[in-house]
Ligand binder design. Structure first.
Ligand SMILES: NC(=O)c1ccc[n+]([C@@H]2O[C@H](COP(=O)([O-])OP(=O)(O)OC[C@H]3O[C@@H](n4cnc5c(N)ncnc54)[C@H](O)[C@@H]3O)[C@@H](O)[C@H]2O)c1
Length: 388
């Protein structure tokens, strides 16, 4: 069976990875960027990546055979024959909106248009298109070649058949898909906020140092990276912007409030690993980590506080029908490599204990930030668990 042709706009970190994934799955790919130089760089990065995969025996054909399927484009009308188009251009509503509508004028209704946006609404992005019912979100994680998860986000106008076809197509690329409502941060970027925010809050209050908090989350809870290592790795500019965007779009709900501490780091250019200094200093690209505390009571307290805040987010996402129970678990374990699904974790800790802990924090701080999800309160009252 001949495979459909895939269009990709934006040949940066995400677009080039997505082009590689689609070409590896046997599709012809048309890759476009406003910067010709970027396309050239993308093609050589893809070649290196394919050669590495081939050397490990993870390609069914040669790197060149896959690469030959990716054709650079100079004009948008070259997308005319594509049946599925993904934009991964810079995160700017006006630019993405105008690109999608221009591409849809070229492709007509034969093509499904997808956006890889991390934070913009699919409703807004598709609103300039002549056929918004053929637009949806497909949120890949970085790097797209290695990360299995893709969040699929139907917009308010997306046709059921478009959702169905897109999900099938992306699954055929050996990806794990979850479906999310068109809400700020979708699943992962919403539920993960307290991993960073609550950790910074504990630091700001002087309860524990960054290295102690990281140590607690890794050694007791099993996370691969602690919150501060991870923020430094993602970049304090990028991480701060995601938090601020989610907070603003959720109408300034205090639960998502960004922190001054991280804002100052971003303002000072202390972006983390990439600038050599963030929460930690980096010498020879390795973090200089001050010795953490080994006070087990303190470590347990840190883990419980961050975990109940994460569980609260996961429960609320379920309560607000942002995603299904299973998709929430898959998203957090595959998108950000959490050691366990948060709802399963809630069952293990005990829903009543999670609610008690949140209520204690709420009473102590008198802040809305700690309000327990209605779903958790109802479940605690009726002794229910998420899974049997
Ligand atoms: N980097 C991540 O971790 C990550 C993860 C998930 C989603 N995303 C999302 O993916 C998208 C791309 O992110 P990125 O990190 O690859 O960015 P990037 O800056 O690496 O690449 C963006 C590319 O878009 C090009 N571009 C700008 N305007 C264009 C236009 N009108 N037409 C065609 N190309 C244009 C730029 O030249 C650049 O090459 C964003 O929406 C971002 O939010 C990023």
């Amino acid at each position: 069976m001949t495979k459909i042709t895939i269009g990709v706009a934006g040949a940066g970190a995400m677009g080039s990875g997505i082009a590689q994934v689609a070409a590896s799955a046997g599709h012809q790919v048309i890759l476009y960027d406003t910067q010709q130089q970027t396309i050239g760089n993308a093609l050589s990065m893809i070649k290196t990546s394919l050669q590495k995969l081939a050397a490990k025996g993870r390609l069914k054909e040669s790197a060149d055979e896959v690469l030959e399927r990716i054709k650079p484009a100079q004009k948008l009308n070259e997308f005319a024959g594509t049946a599925f188009f993904i934009e991964a251009v810079i995160e700017n509503l006006a630019i993405k909106k105008s690109l999608l509508s221009e591409v849809q004028r070229v492709t007509g209704t034969n093509c499904i248009l997808a956006s890889n946006t991390s934070s913009l609404s699919i409703a807004a992005l598709s609103s300039g298109c002549p056929h918004p019912s053929r637009v949806l979100g497909t949120h890949f994680f970085n790097p797209p070649v290695l990360m299995k998860l893709v969040e699929i986000i139907p917009g308010i106008r997306t046709e059921e058949s478009v959702l169905h076809e897109s999900t099938g197509l992306i699954r055929s690329w050996n990806k794990l898909t979850v479906q999310a409502k068109d809400t700020p941060g979708f699943i992962v970027n919403r539920i993960a906020r307290p991993f960073y925010g609550e950790a910074i809050r504990i630091l700001e209050e002087g309860i524990a140092s960054a290295s102690t908090i990281d140590h607690a989350m890794k050694s007791l809870a099993g996370f691969k990276m602690g919150p501060f290592e991870l923020m430094d790795f993602i970049g304090n500019d990028v991480n701060y912007t995601v938090t601020e965007t989610v907070w603003k779009q959720l109408f300034y709900d205090p639960r998502y409030k960004p922190s001054q501490t991280q804002r100052r780091l971003a303002e000072a250019g202390m972006l983390g690993y990439k600038t050599g200094e963030g929460f930690y200093k980096y010498v020879d690209q390795t973090a200089v980590v001050p010795p953490p505390s080994d006070n087990i009571q303190l470590l347990r307290k840190i883990v419980l506080r961050i975990l109940v805040m994460l569980i609260n987010e996961a429960a609320d996402a379920l309560y607000l029908r942002i995603a299904s129970k299973d998709d929430i678990e898959i998203a957090m374990t595959s998108g950000v490599n959490y050691p366990k699904g948060l709802l399963k974790w809630a069952d293990e800790i005990g829903i009543d204990k999670v609610v008690d802990e949140l209520l204690k924090l709420k009473e102590w701080y008198n802040e809305e930030r700690y309000r327990p999800s209605v779903l958790l309160r109802k479940m605690a009252e009726s002794n229910k668990t998420f899974f049997n």
